[in-house]
Write a protein that binds this ligand. Structure first.
Ligand SMILES: [Zn+2]
Length: 191
């Protein structure tokens, strides 16, 4: 049994920007971008429900690092790196596998209602995001992982208990298929 009394209210979690108790919010993201500062945090897959149906279980964690920058045109942007290990399901045998997640992206910051970047159609230009006074980093990290996860992952040949017979090659459609193929270096000769 846990008893809360008035004394316990003196204690609260300080808003540390890393660790499991972090408050994953960025106050004034425009100032942060121009400051050149960086911050790190850690998020559990269990706290990002939009990822759950892509995972074999919700046990993994990811670390993120956000760095403030301006681009050559002096536009504020954030560089975001995400790394961790998540448990996905092998597309061939349906057993679990640990997938090493490593993502990097750049996000231009726009004031709400601002004109979209004139180079938005250029594949080499950063993504962009309308943000207000506070940026929800958990939502941002969750979005980036959703975009970055491969459609399909497989064990490497030796580790897989299944047969290469289901014909699903969805990973080839993903811009991150290089990551998926790292997981299955012997796959090309399996069929
Ligand atoms: Zn497998």
């Amino acid at each position: 049994m846990i008893i809360f009394d008035s004394d316990s209210r003196k204690y609260y979690h300080a808003p540390l920007m890393s660790g499991p108790d972090a408050v994953h919010r960025l106050e004034d993201p425009f100032a942060f971008a121009r400051s050149g500062n960086s911050l790190k945090g850690r998020l559990a897959i269990a706290d990002m429900p939009r990822l759950w149906d892509r995972m074999a279980d919700t046990s993994g964690t990811v670390e993120y690092e956000i760095r403030g920058r301006v681009d050559p045109r002096q536009r504020p942007l954030l560089e975001l790196e995400i790394a961790g290990a998540v448990r996905m399901r092998c597309d061939r045998c349906l057993d679990q596998l640990e997938f090493p997640l490593k993502l990097a992206s750049r996000v231009l910051l726009l004031q709400p209602g601002a004109a979209h970047p004139d180079d938005a159609d250029d594949p080499a230009s950063p993504e962009w995001l309308e943000v207000g006074r506070v940026l929800d980093l958990q939502e941002l990290v969750e979005d980036e992982i959703l975009l970055g996860l491969p459609y399909s992952v497989r064990h490497s040949g030796d580790e897989c208990s299944g047969r290469a017979d289901n014909g699903r090659i969805g990973a080839k459609a993903s811009p991150f298929s290089a990551l998926a193929s790292l997981m299955e270096p012997k796959q090309a000769n399996k069929n």
